[in-house]
Design a protein. Sequence first.
Length: 319
Amino acid sequence: MTVPRVSVITPVYNGADHIAACIASVAASVTCGRIAVEHIIIDDGSTDGTVAAIDRAVTALPPPRTYEGRLLRFRHSGKPAYCRNRGIEAAKGKYIFCLDHDDILVQNTLRYLASHLETTASEIAYGDFLRCDSTMVYEIGRDYYGWPHPNGRAALYSIFNGDHFYQHSFMFTKRLWHQVGGYDEAITYGEDLDLCTRFILAGHLPIHLPITTHIHRNHGKNLTACYAHRSVWLAEKQALYHKYMHQLPLHLTPDQISDIQDALQITASTHLNGPLSQKAAAALAGFLYEYREVETEQRKKGTDLFSAIRTLDLRNSHA
């Protein structure tokens, strides 16, 4: 009996510190003989020994070793969307699940999601995930949880109104990925939400399952650290709205469009740019990471947070 294959897609750049746990979590997936699993890792030109760390992690897997992994290597692009597309192109699976190199998969995730898609003939399903810090301590009150939207209209309104978003806790068919044109490689950040938006516009509503799919590790250097600043989030949502503003009236009411424009602070004079550039977002992410370190120092000294900002400004002025 042929069972459906799930391809786990993991892009990595300079992830030597975290890739081993990611690989071990995929290898520990419970399949019950109902799915086959392959793990495709795409190295985006790492320079920190990531490839050697991958070799060590695979060698260290306990018996019986049923892990099926492949490594693709490219010159550095800085684009997770590019890496994911190359990985999915090489994938043999009917179903795709994207897992970041610093995240940890929960054992039954792939089986639960794939079983749902198989039995319902759906093409995309997603679950919840937990967040932890760099030492793997659970961050209370920071869970991601999905919502069972009744239809595509409700889902789109929720996305653009800022009530809900989709991150990589979803499984989709490779066929659907082909249908919508894959990840948008012009996007550096938020490519997962953009892809789900196109799934919905194409008539495929992500189905929420009440399961925990993975553990997301916040270690301070995540690519998405820049989203801690609201202005970055707002710019990305405005860019997403600009990209699909001519399609949304086909799915949403005028009142809903008006609500979205209010939520995104869009007026007749608003200049809608494209997504935040990789350079700008990376600079902001670096600032926030350094700020958190300075903030921690100031807290230990018992000084106020404004002092942390002034300290950081002084550091930067002498850089």
